[in-house]
Design a protein around this ligand. Sequence first.
Ligand code: NAD
Ligand code: TYD
Length: 331
Amino acid sequence: MKLLVCGGAGFIGSNFVRQRLREHGDEITVLDKLTYAGRRENLHDVLDEIRFVHGAIEDPAAVAHCATAAEAIVNFAAETHVDRSITGPEAFIVTNMQGTHVLLQTARDSGLRYVQVSTDEVYGSIESGSFTEASPLAPSSPYSATKTGADLLVSSYFHTYGLPTVICRGSNNYGPYQYPEKLIPLMVLNALAGDHLPVYGDGRQVRNWLFVEDFARGIGHALEHGQPGEVYNCGGPDECENIDVVRRIVELTGAEESQIEYVTDRPGHDRRYSLSCEKLGRLGWRACTSFDEGLERTVNWYRENIWWWEPIRTGEYLDYYKRHYGRALKG
Ligand code: NAD
Ligand code: TYD
């Protein structure tokens, strides 16, 4: 298939690109703005097998230029970190909503299929049970609100213009190439460096962990087998409290429990996310990687790929870290 993959230099997008090249032989153009989270290094082993364009999804000319040879757009491009959305929501509105709209317009003009990569966070928090695709949307952070706005725009393009769209809502991902502002890579790198492990609030929040290769396969499945206009949840096999995730990382890295430090909670912190994935299951997808297996693979990957993360732990990242956690990193 000929794909325009937007945000393909980020964490999930780069795993998706690698998988589609290896397992499907797709012809891929990546359009990416290369924000702090997007890096050519994420595509280091496949750069000569794709067409890479440095540009923004909110730029109609850049998008039109990239869309010429495509059959479908798969949109990963987004501002993705909840904490950053709390201190600076503006970029989230431009990329997540305005950018998505430019992509929809282009898909409509060029007659392309459209896949929106979305998140369980659009449903908000749930105390017990799991969200289905019919659950009401109740986002709580500027990040999830802009992802919800984007999902609604996507649905409107299906209903109003008949654009063949699919929305794929994933739960919390983890795995290789994830920027260390997110819980798991941050804790792994801090654990390895002998630094503190900052747990928000009481650490009892629950996330539904999904290994990135399983999500990438789920998105590919929705692209190939999804019904136009439909939404598909794509959740991980295991739920885990944050504090247990951190304790497992302490064990796997050989760090000390005393590195764990409870810090001020995130404002408006969602307590629990949980997805029911029967709908995508009926199309033949399931998450194959248990949290135990995926976490061990992830820790090993960060141990073995110092070249990838060492340059990140300088400059912008150190500034962000100090501002956000009120202390500098040691290692
Ligand atoms: P990421 O932050 O690692 O990567 C985002 C990518 O988008 C980067 O390469 C960045 O440079 C690019 N980008 C940002 N703004 C852009 C713009 N205006 N134009 C073009 N490119 C731009 O994010 P990720 O974790 O890989 O998430 C990818 C998608 O999956 C997002 O839409 C996110 O909402 C969704 N999602 C993420 C998770 C998760 O746990 N990480 C879970 C479910 C859904
Ligand atoms: P995160 O990886 O930011 O994903 P999301 O907020 O999209 O779920 O955070 C996962 C969970 O870990 C969330 O409950 C917040 C918590 N967390 C910490 O306790 N400490 C941290 O330093 C970070 C980044 C997150």
